[in-house]
Design a protein around this ligand. Structure first.
Ligand code: UT7
Length: 328
């Protein structure tokens, strides 16, 4: 029995932070950001009383409404995030409370930018085991909460948002989540991290003064690893599933840098018309990028029974991987 996606949804906060807005507070330029990353603007969740759980709950409510099921039919909620509302309780439990999913158990999964891919593969195991019938997988991030808006090397890259899917058992073996390959390499950990606020360096006046509560990245190092890893895993999935470039309807890559997306598509031999790109509008929303792209494809009616999709990601950890799915 394969897991199939039966509902998709996204939520982007209304407030737009454009490159021109950033030019006013940082030594940067619209031209630099656009040409080096592909980003023109990103969304920011402005209300200080709202965070990741708020956006994920909006997604969860849409998922059940679109599918026409009630919240108490949901068996499990997995939220992939590296910007939880709090370290505990989990953001998934906050979502479970907000949508009144009284029969669901819920947990967060920490896979950084690969969080959604990790969570989708994890969720599929509960479906294929036959123990769960309706599992929500949501990627959500309030990246603006961990940005140092005096650091031009990181703050121009990220934005806020959430999106997700509902998965259920499919009716045939040849449709749904057909293959996945996931990787981790902890040796890359120092190149992309938030050093403060955990049990190693609990928040103190000193950690705040040293700005350890903000995301830190060695962009060049991460770029070099991401560009190879994303293309390699996409090729691996193509090879072991006997897929040619012509077979792939859409590549749905993590949206960290337009140059990485292009390089991945080139290695796979597919044209950009078969690649989902929204980094120009939302920047890097970490675990939310892939489900946002998927929800946009679904909303615009571009997915048909039999459409072949490859999802690939790379993020902090390092974490990376890909999923091959055939739309049901
Ligand atoms: O989602 C998780 C995974 N993350 C990624 O995959 C991100 C991977 N990395 C990247 O996408 C790119 O490395 C960045 C977009 C972060 C940076 O692009 P780059 O082409 O690698 O630039 P760089 O770091 O090599 O910096 C080039 C120059 C530097 O100046 P100097 O040293 O050459 O004088 C930077 O100081 O660009 C400068 N710079 C900027 N200039 C204007 C860095 N950020 C900015 C900025 N505006 N915002």
């Amino acid at each position: 029995m394969k897991a199939v996606i039966t509902s998709t949804a996204k939520y982007l906060p209304e407030s737009v932070l454009s490159n021109h807005d950033l030019e006013k507070i940082l030594d940067t330029s619209d031209e630099w950001i656009r040409t080096r990353t592909g980003i023109c603007e990103r969304r920011i969740l402005k209300d200080p009383e709202q965070a990741t759980a708020h956006m994920c709950s909006k997604v969860a409510l849409q998922l059940i409404e679109k599918r026409g099921v009630s919240a108490d039919e949901i068996d499990l909620i997995i939220v992939a995030t590296m910007t939880p509302d709090m370290i505990f309780p989990s953001t998934a439990c906050l979502v479970q409370k907000n949508i009144h999913a009284s029969n669901a158990w819920a947990f967060d999964l920490s896979g950084a930018c690969s969080g959604f891919i990790y969570a989708l593969h994890t969720a599929a195991q509960f479906i294929t085991a036959g123990t769960h019938k309706k599992v929500m997988v949501i990627g959500g991030e309030k990246m603006s909460a961990v940005m140092d808006y005096t650091d031009r090397t990181t703050s121009v890259l990220f934005g806020d948002g959430a999106a997700g899917v509902l998965i259920e058992p499919g009716t045939d073996e040849n449709h749904g989540l057909l293959d996945a390959k996931l990787y981790s390499d902890g040796n890359g950990g120092d190149n992309l991290c938030m050093p403060g606020g955990g049990s190693l360096r609990p928040t103190t006046h000193e950690t705040v003064a040293q700005k350890l509560h903000y995301l830190q990245q060695d962009g060049r190092q991460v770029f070099k690893s991401a560009v190879v890893a994303m293309a390699d895993v996409a090729m691996e999935l193509m090879t072991r599933n006997n897929l040619t470039a012509e077979d792939i309807d859409f590549l749905i890559p993590h949206q960290a840098n337009h140059r990485i997306i292009q390089a991945t598509a080139e290695r796979m031999g597919i044209g950009l018309e078969h690649v989902t790109v929204n980094i120009d509008r939302y920047g890097n929303t970490s675990a939310a990028t892939i489900p946002i792209c998927l929800a946009e494809l679904d909303e615009t009616g571009k997915l048909h029974r039999g459409s072949n999709l490859i999802l690939v990601s790379f993020g902090a950890g390092y974490t990376w991987g890909g999923i091959y799915l055939k739309w049901q």
